[in-house]
Design a protein around this ligand. Structure first.
Ligand SMILES: NC(=O)c1ccc[n+]([C@@H]2O[C@H](COP(=O)([O-])OP(=O)(O)OC[C@H]3O[C@@H](n4cnc5c(N)ncnc54)[C@H](O)[C@@H]3O)[C@@H](O)[C@H]2O)c1
Length: 243
């Protein structure tokens, strides 16, 4: 018996890196996994631009009821080094690059959660899991727009978590994964060398799959899961319950 036997799980950005590793883990736990990606790599994966709200409505209508939705798709700022940039702080970020990163990293999470939550609340069951980042919990030098979107996504998860908590026993929860550096195409080889030279860990994507399973099992409201080197633990900032 797997922990997700028979459950339907959607993973955005599931064709590569962290999303692919999590999709593999969910399958190993018995889930029926639906992968949606801007650039599907196989015929059983669905095409979706997470920043397109109309496309979200069509996707959700085409799928069976979803138990877990992992909003994972994300990018770094096009044309900018993910870490250690010595360039001008903001002047090299074009309007198009800014819109692209906000679209994928923030709109994709907001539109995705908004599309799937009503069904989950109606069924009294569901988990929205968001891949944020350690860059959502602290300032990271280099890609300022990326860090901005990841802080926004953590704020989204905290606020939605508090709102679901306040609503009572909906059976639905939201949480965030906050990995440090992970060996995926998002972090090019030169950036990975720079990170390792600073003595910081670069982990395998499967480790984020371990954290995802812990977050899903915990089923807590608005929690953020730090995934750093060998460490997987819940961040201690709880959502504020306003009653
Ligand atoms: N790699 C890291 O060090 C690291 C650390 C912390 C958080 N993250 C986050 O993990 C998530 C996955 O990143 P990754 O490292 O696996 O990168 P990746 O590039 O390997 O995978 C990202 C996937 O998202 C897809 N994607 C991009 N834009 C999309 C869009 N608009 N609509 C649908 N799909 C889209 C890409 O096609 C790709 O398949 C991202 O949100 C990223 O910010 C990565």
């Amino acid at each position: 018996m797997g922990a997700l036997d028979g459950q339907h799980v959607l993973v955005t950005g599931g064709s590569s890196g962290i999303g692919k590793a999590c999709a593999d883990r969910y399958r190993a736990e018995g889930a029926v996994v639906h992968v949606a990606d801007l650039n599907p790599r196989s015929s059983d994966e669905l095409q979706l631009d997470v920043s397109d709200s109309a496309a979200w409505a069509a996707l959700v209508a085409s799928l069976p009821p979803l138990d877990v939705v992992h909003l994972n798709a994300g990018i770094t700022t096009p044309g900018r080094s993910p870490v250690g940039s010595r360039g001008a702080p903001l002047s090299d970020v074009t309007d198009d690059a800014y819109r692209a990163i906000v679209g994928a990293n923030l709109d994709g999470v907001f539109f995705g959660a908004r599309a799937v939550l009503p069904g989950m609340v109606e069924r009294g069951h569901g988990h929205v899991l968001v891949t944020a980042s350690m860059a959502g919990l602290g300032g990271m030098a280099g890609d300022i727009a990326y860090t901005t979107t990841k802080h926004a996504v953590v704020g989204f998860v905290r606020s939605l978590g508090a709102t679901l908590l306040q609503a009572g026993n909906t059976g639905v929860c939201v949480s965030a994964l906050c990995p440090g550096f992970v060996d995926t195409p998002l972090v090019p080889a030169d950036a990975q060398s720079f990170i390792k030279e600073m003595g910081l860990p670069v982990i395998e994507p499967a480790r984020v799959g371990d954290a995802a399973m812990q977050a899903i099992a915990a089923h807590s409201h608005g929690s953020q899961w730090i995934v750093w080197g060998d460490i997987i633990r819940e961040h201690d900032a709880s959502p504020i319950e306003l009653t």
